[in-house]
Design a protein around this ligand. Sequence first.
Ligand SMILES: Cc1ncc(COP(=O)(O)O)c(C=O)c1O
Length: 315
Amino acid sequence: MTSPENQSTHDAETDPRNDDIKIYVNGDIVPKDQAVVSVYDSGFMLGDGMWEGMRLYDGEWAFFDDHMDRLFNSCKAVSLDIGHGREEIRDILNRTAAANGMITDAHCRLMITRGRKAKPFQHPALSKWGPTVVAIVEHSRPATGLLDRGIRLATVPQVRGLPHSQNPKFNSHSKLNCVIACLQAEQAGADEGLMLDPNGFVNTTNACNFFIVRGGEVWTSTGDYCMNGVTRQKVIDLCRANGIPVFEKNYSLYEAYGADEAFLTGTFGAQTPVAEIDGKPIGAGRGAGPMTQRIRALYKDLVAQNVAEQRAARG
Ligand SMILES: Cc1ncc(COP(=O)(O)O)c(C=O)c1O
């Protein structure tokens, strides 16, 4: 049954300014109610597109290069010509943020699809007018209550699959696989779905990457079946740089249920503590434990450092 108190890692403080934001659509920055794409768009029709979520801190998009590496790699892999260079993308995002008077605490969803099709069928060559480029930038502060309460996970039957089905590293417009997992979690009374890999090992959640802490060690999945999350990699790098033992390895629900702490990672929420998995409390069963808090603090500093470096590099 769906809990009346369902929450998600993408909960943000309600901000009425988002009702009137301006959105970038194919070269124009227009009011939200005029920001539309064609029903023939390949993104709408087929989920044929890629996206990136990024956060704006003090006028800079944190880890911009990492996000662009993933986006350009993904688009190349599906022969989707973005039609813009990295600096043009940065300019699009900056102009959209500026049009909305945003400098910090903003989150963007940059979407690139193969574009408008001549006919309502699948063949990529039918996308004669493309790409479609949209940037939604919203005022955004992750809801703070989640840090105290933690998120509830339920293990779901839906898996993130093998690279030769739909590679789980694609941040594709079609999120149906993840949406099904999220529905299954909701039906189990949880907030987010914990997805296993095709071999039954703990993998990832429907919207974030997943970590556990056991005996002072930080564990996450091998990375073979999950999104190559920018935040995931930053957490691994931070652990290595700060003498925290970190392992990308196979482990099962047995180890996850018995973890001292667990947390999710993603651009939106940084590190979100997990309160329970399948009704079993993790650690103290509420907010962030000591390792999660330590990693959160290290990550916050890393964001500040990255933002300062970007600003210095661009004068
Ligand atoms: C399925 C999934 N896993 C993990 C992530 C987190 O990735 P990142 O840390 O790059 O935001 C995302 C975000 O797009 C996602 O969709």
